[in-house]
Design a protein around this ligand. Structure first.
Ligand SMILES: NC(=O)c1ccc[n+]([C@@H]2O[C@H](COP(=O)([O-])OP(=O)(O)OC[C@H]3O[C@@H](n4cnc5c(N)ncnc54)[C@H](OP(=O)(O)O)[C@@H]3O)[C@@H](O)[C@H]2O)c1
Length: 272
């Protein structure tokens, strides 16, 4: 992909911010010199500074030098950051991208100016290996802005455009969802250990089986029940195990958990 001739500042360069920066550079969208990474302790970014990224603790200066500003601090750290940078934001020049859970584009525009273009993106931690599911939304960014943000997050996985009102739901399904699927794999591996496998083999077997199941859906564009029908023979062992799990609330537990996470995700920012 062609290099974007813009400068980008990532305000809050922790897990998500650094993973995004690396993905953008790896995909050739930006050079390290065009990326400024900030955090309060920039010494923790020394390896990236050596790799050619600009690193700093000065958020305002980073914004002044940038065209695209990614906000990637924790929700409770956002107000302080916006106080610092609001005066440096130019609605004509800057595009703001927030990955912060529970904070709306409107919340941010209230603090930096109603005319500022803000896009919200919700990645997950698989961003660190380039396999994030990222949902993007904005009420007032241009088509060009949205295409740019999608292209950026496509360098670290797959992106999908949604209505902003569904962002908290996207947080539950995709960002929290990583933990739900990881716990499912862990549970399967514990079952595997109980039926005879060493823990490390059981975990590898469960993880690769989960990956295969996901790939069946993604690569064949098929439906889970279609694939389940292929492995459930009459009076067989798969349907026996599956029905036992359902009698114990397997699908119901997942659905209820996702609903509760979505409720909580909607309250993350308003608590501060
Ligand atoms: N993790 C996920 O699954 C996930 C998924 C989607 C979205 N998100 C959202 O992404 C955001 C970042 O999450 P994360 O997991 O990357 O968190 P994180 O690793 O804690 O990163 C936050 C970074 O912000 C820096 N920071 C704090 N205050 C700052 C300030 N005043 N100026 C500049 N930098 C500052 C921190 O570094 P210092 O302490 O050195 O300042 C830290 O490196 C959160 O809002 C979260 O809701 C997370």
């Amino acid at each position: 992909m062609e290099t974007i001739r813009k400068k980008i500042a990532i305000i809050g360069s922790g897990n998500i911010g650094v993973a995004l920066a690396k993905g953008l550079v790896k995909a050739g969208l930006f050079t390290p010199a065009d990326v400024t990474l900030t955090r309060r302790t920039p010494a923790n970014l020394s390896a990236l500074a050596e790799a050619g990224y600009q690193t700093s603790s000065d958020n305002r200066a980073a914004v002044e030098q940038a065209d695209i500003v990614v906000l990637a601090v924790l929700p409770q750290q956002l107000n302080k950051v916006l106080d610092e940078v609001a005066g440096a934001i130019d609605a004509e020049r800057h595009l703001l991208i927030s990955v912060i859970s529970g904070v709306s584009c409107y919340d941010i525009r209230q603090q930096v100016g109603a005319a500022v273009r803000v896009v919200r993106a919700m990645p997950n931690t698989a961003i660190s290996i380039g396999h994030s599911m990222t949902c993007v939304a904005s009420a007032q960014a241009s088509e060009e802005d949205m295409a740019l943000v999608e292209a950026m997050f496509n360098t670290v996985g797959v992106s999908i455009r949604i209505n902003e009102e569904l962002m908290t739901s996207a947080t539950a399904l995709c960002a929290c969802g990583i933990a739900f699927f990881l716990r499912s794999i862990r549970a399967a591996s514990q079952g595997g250990t109980e039926i005879g496998f060493h823990a490390h083999d059981a975990l590898k077997m469960a993880a690769q089986t989960a990956k295969g199941a996901a790939d069946l859906l993604l690569q064949l564009a098929s439906h889970p029940e279609q694939e389940i029908d292929k492995v459930t023979s009459p009076k067989g062992c798969t349907i026996a195990g599956l029905n036992e799990m359902e009698h114990n609330g397997f699908s119901s537990a997942m659905i209820k958990g996702i609903k509760l996470s979505a409720e909580k995700a909607g309250q993350l920012y308003t608590q501060y």
